[in-house]
Design a binder for this molecule. Sequence first.
Ligand SMILES: [Zn+2]
Ligand SMILES: [Zn+2]
Length: 329
Amino acid sequence: MADFEPTSITGGGGDTVRCRYCGQLNRARTDGGQARCGRCRLTLSNEPHIKFADLDKHSYVHPLDSRSLAALRAIPGLDRAVTKLLNLTGEPFLNVIMMASAVRVTPLQCPDLYAKLQVACTTLGVDMPELYVMQSPVVNAFTYGVDRTIIVLFSGLLERLTDEEVLAVIAHEVGHIHAEHVLYLTAANLIMAIARGAITAAPISNLITQIISATMEAALKAWMRRAELSCDRAALLVTQDPDVIGRTMMKLSGGTYASRLDYQQFLQQARDFQKNYDDKALDRFWADIITSGLTHPFPVWRVSEILAWVESGEYERVLHGAEAESAAA
Ligand SMILES: [Zn+2]
Ligand SMILES: [Zn+2]
C-alpha cells in the first residue's frame, strides 16, 4: 500500500500507468486503445524514456555549427558589440512586447505545454525558461533573452502539430539553451526582426548599423542557420523518435498541405538531397538560405541531416551513453 503514491485518478481502482515523459500516474485504459497522459498529453507506453544525467553539448553539436561559431567568435569586438546591442535595444524591448501581447504558459495556463517544457528541460538537464504563446498564423518558434530566457511559440504551430511534434519544437528551443546559443541567437533574431520590419521603433534600426558591422551581421546569420542542425539533434534526444522530427519538418515544409503529403516520399526526398550535394553546391545553398530571409527555409535539408546522424549510429551512442550513466548512478 505504502508503495503507491496517492493519486486521484486511481480512485476507482484498476491498473495505473506512469507517464514515461512527465511521471504522472494515469489510469490504464481497458479497451487496448492508444491512451494519452492526462497531464502532458503525450502517448502512454511501457517503453522507457531516457533522461540525461549530464549531457555534454559536444556530444550532439553539429560540426557545421561548431565551425561557423568559431568563425563568428574570431571577429574582433564581436562580444562587446553584441552585449552593447542587447543592452541598448533587445531584451527590455522584447519583454514589453511579450508581456503585452502573448500568453504566459504556467501550470494553470496551457498546463500540457508547461508539462512538455518540463519534459524537455528534465531530459536535457536545463533550468526552466519562461514560455509564451503568441497569436500568429506563422508556424514558428524562437528563444531569446540573456537575463531571462524566454521561449515563444506561435499559435499557428500549435494548431498544426500533434502533441509529440509540439514536444519536438519545444525541445529544439530548449536545445538552444543547452547548447549555449542564446546570446548570439538573441542578437541574430533582433537584427532579422528589424530587417523584416517586425520591430518598427525607428531609433533601434539606426543603432544596429552603428554597433554591428556588416561582417558581424553576415557571420551571425550564417551561424544561426547551422545552429538549427544542433538543436534538431537535441529535439531528437528528447522525443527519442526520429519520425517525430521528420513529420514536424514535413509540416514546416508543407504547411496546411502537409496532411496530404506522403511521409515516406518526404524521407526519400531528404535522402536524395543528402546524396546529391557536393561541397560547392552546398556553399551556394547556404548563401541562398542566408539571403532568402525565410524563417524555416530548409526542412528537407534538416531532415536529411537528422537521418544521417541516426544512420551514423551517433544518436544511439549518445542515447545509450545516458542509459549507462543512469544505471551507474
Ligand atoms: Zn505525461
Ligand atoms: Zn532554432
